[in-house]
Design a protein around this ligand. Structure first.
Ligand code: FMN
Length: 320
């Protein structure tokens, strides 16, 4: 087990709030960090690039102010997600801003690149790379990532198909650095289970969609509250890559969730000029199989309090 030094003594619970396309914004990230959970956002949520700099200014200054007022309980560091895909024409600009603002943690997705890792290391930042199997995990570490996010079956957004137990086991056979587990974690029992399985931290997305701060339609938040694991559909139709979505949002868009056609990866487009992915994700709502544990829309701090209570109770229950 290995928690990155940057996180030691900074977390109230071993959790990273994962980046959510369109949904993560400074309000959510600041609330997560103040409550002792790493908050994160994809840089592409801030459009155009000038807005990304404004977000970085706001997040760094509000958290510094909070830390000055709460030296005994400082905020958790924040993270920025970079989509390392050839269609992302903002990557170089966004990376330069991460360096300028010394973003503590960068989460890379869809591509591992040595130059990106070196840029973040140049000021002491760390890179966590998300992977859906052991092959990509090895590649990411070879290219210089500091830690891995194992995206297992049942995760919201682009998800893997492997059991978390199998995936964590295979990675832990050769990697003893920071390891996060992603996929359907939305209660305290599952956070402890992630650690028991060999992960250092739980990576939680869908549960944070149903928070007051999240930039999502009220109907989306309510649908998360009203859904269970069996209401999640796994399809590659909407972005070209397989992901998990709320069945009812597919039905509301006039499609039959039981008979969705196949798509292909060449449809992926993360360009700054807006994309079919953006449109798809605005209408077709992503969520993971852990939605059953989400019972109401609450402020992020209240969700984190629930996770803390449940996590503590799970630990006490398991003391033999
Ligand atoms: C609506 C939605 C949007 C997402 N957008 C991104 C993204 O832009 N970048 C990224 O790395 N992961 C993204 N993810 C994946 C999450 O970061 C994370 O892996 C996942 O939400 C964890 O599973 P859970 O939702 O079951 O907690 C997204 C997930 C959802 C549900």
């Amino acid at each position: 087990m290995s928690l990155p030094d940057i996180l030691k003594g900074r977390l109230s619970i071993p959790v990273v709030g994962s980046p959510l396309f369109i949904i993560s914004n400074p309000d959510l990230v600041i609330a997560q960090c103040k409550a002792g959970v790493v908050g994160s956002f994809p840089s592409l949520n801030a459009r155009p690039v000038e807005v990304f700099e404004q977000w970085l200014q706001r997040i760094t200054s509000e958290l510094a102010e909070y830390d000055a007022q709460n030296p005994e309980r400082p905020s958790a560091p924040f993270a920025v997600n970079q989509i390392v895909h050839k269609s992302n024409d903002r990557l170089e600009q966004d990376l330069a801003l991460c360096v300028k603002y010394k973003v503590p943690i960068v989460i890379t997705s869809l591509g591992a690149r040595e130059d990106v890792n070196q840029a973040i290391h140049s000021y002491g930042g760390i890179v966590l790379h998300d992977v859906i199997n052991n092959f990509y995990a090895k590649k990411a570490i070879e290219k210089g990532a500091d830690g891995l996010i194992a995206v297992a079956a049942g995760a919201g957004g682009h998800a893997g198909t492997l059991s978390p137990f199998a995936l964590i086991h295979e990675i832990r056979e050769w990697f003893d650095g920071p390891l996060l587990l992603s996929g359907a974690i939305s209660n305290g029992n599952a956070i402890l289970a992630a650690q028991a399985a060999g992960a250092d931290l739980a990576y939680i997305g869908s549960a944070f969609i149903a928070t007051e701060e999240a930039n999502a339609d009220q109907g989306y938040k309510d649908m998360i509250v009203g859904s269970a694991a069996s209401d999640i559909v796994y399809s590659n139709l909407f972005t070209g890559v397989h992901g998990n979505y709320l069945k009812q949002s597919i039905i509301n868009s006039g499609l039959d969730p039981e008979a969705l056609p196949e798509s292909d990866p060449s449809k992926m487009n993360f360009g700054s000029g807006g994309s079919s992915k953006a449109k798809a994700w605005r209408d077709i709502w992503g969520a993971g199989q852990g939605v059953g544990a989400v019972k109401q829309v609450v402020p992020a701090a209240q969700l984190i309090e629930r996770l803390q209570r449940e996590y503590q109770a799970a630990r006490e229950r398991l003391v033999l």
